[in-house]
Design a protein around this ligand. Structure first.
Ligand code: ASP
Length: 398
């Protein structure tokens, strides 16, 4: 059944690409199917994250263990993200995608609308002044903060809070069940998302920037194959093939939806069922990862910075490339797990080394394609963290 669903999703994917090529923009007609799937998975997120994170914190039972898991998770996330940007810079230097490109005039409809805020404000904003507003708006970091605090409170209160704990337990189970039901619709949803993308982004728009796509694609593939294979093998003794096969449905859904937040219910399900990560580890590590851990986005920013530099004839020194590693790591943390967010955050990275922001407009046309690769890596990276943290905590069933 499991393999069957994966095969179905893969088949839907291939058929969607063919249909996109054959029918061109007319295939837009199937887009509502994709939108329906997106809405179905999105509506699960807020209750699922709230309930499963509360249950996860309460289940950990002991605050020092929680602190240890949190520490490991953050260190793993930061390290793999920095490796990813470096990989992006290597790919950007090797493929030199911006050298000799002759682009038709691009209009600046990719102009960034959001400026990256300062560090202090960003940190302060994690604390919701109204937790229910955070729920309603689906603000993930605030939601995580609220859920962790609620879990701590339930642990500290003990006996009197048992009914509340049961409510969250029940809610988590129900949302988990609903994810399973929605997943049966995944092949149709993937078709509805991928075919219109291929149909509207025909070869003509892809060609001038083909090298950027190749650099991001190859960089993402190498990062996944090298970094994640190594870490699951070394820290968890898991065969890389088992890891990639287990997480494949979530990676494919991420590839099709371009949203790691949207994919979260499926990431949680795959990580627990196929990779054997305990529920409490998965429900802590993965929502956090879907919000702050974006290896694919960091890698993409590395490639894009070099592309823009090469395009406008700037030479980035080694020191500047190191600045890029730092800012891209931070920018990727601030990137929301929704389609296109990484493009906005690229402004922060470009300005850190004084590159012209018009570069954003060059990338905008192909960003959807790049988003697919980077989001798949973002999600796969989160799952690798869950496997590694679970293994080091003795919470991995193999
Ligand atoms: N779409 C990406 C994600 O959801 C974020 C980005 O645009 O880089 O993971």
């Amino acid at each position: 059944m499991r393999l069957n669903l994966l095969t179905q999703i893969l088949a839907a994917f291939v058929i969607a690409v063919i249909a996109g090529v054959v029918f061109g923009p007319a295939i837009e007609a199937v887009k509502p199917l994709g939108d329906l799937f997106l809405r179905l998975i999105k509506f699960i997120i807020v209750p699922l994250v709230l309930a499963s994170l509360v249950v996860g914190v309460v289940g950990t039972g002991d605050l020092s263990k929680l602190g240890r898991i949190g520490g490991k998770t953050i260190v793993y996330y930061l390290f793999t993200t920095a490796v990813a940007v470096t990989m992006g810079l290597i790919a950007g230097n090797l493929f030199a995608p911006g050298v000799g490109v002759n682009l038709p005039a691009v209009n600046a409809d990719g102009e960034p609308s959001a400026e990256a805020g300062g560090l202090i404000e960003t940190l302060l904003a994690v604390v919701p002044t109204n937790p229910f507003a955070a729920l309603v708006e689906g603000n993930m970091l605030q939601l995580i903060f609220f859920a962790i605090f609620l879990g701590l409170g339930i642990t500290l209160v003990g006996q009197k809070a048992v009914p509340l704990r049961r409510v969250f337990d029940g809610l988590a189970e129900v949302m988990y069940k609903l994810t399973g039901i929605v997943m049966r619709f995944a092949p149709v949803g993937v078709f509805g998302l991928v075919a219109p993308t291929v149909g509207t982004h025909g070869a003509s728009i892809l060609l001038p920037l083909a090298k950027v796509i190749v650099a991001v694609g190859v960089g993402c593939l190498l990062h996944a194959l090298l970094t994640y294979s190594l870490s699951v093998k070394l820290f968890a003794g898991m065969k890389p093939s088992t890891f990639f096969k287990g997480i494949a449905p979530a990676s494919l859904v991420a590839f099709s939806t371009c949203s790691s937040s949207g994919t979260l219910p499926i990431t949680i399900r795959n990580t627990e069922e196929n990779l054997g990560v305990s529920q409490r580890t998965a429900s802590f590590v993965l929502p956090l990862g879907a919000t702050i851990n974006m290896d694919g986005t960091a890698l993409y920013q590395g490639v894009c910075v070099l592309f823009v530099a090469q395009f406008f004839g700037y030479d980035l020194s080694l020191a500047e490339q190191i600045t890029v590693i730092l800012t891209a790591t931070l920018a990727s943390i601030g990137t929301a797990g929704v389609p296109g967010a990484g493009l906005l955050m690229l402004t922060m990275v470009l300005s850190s080394v004084n590159l012209p922001l018009e570069g954003i407009a060059l990338i905008a046309g192909i960003d959807r394609i790049l988003d697919m690769f980077r989001t798949a890596v973002n999600v796969t990276g989160d799952a690798s963290a869950a496997v590694v943290v679970a293994a080091t905590e003795g919470e991995l069933r193999q």
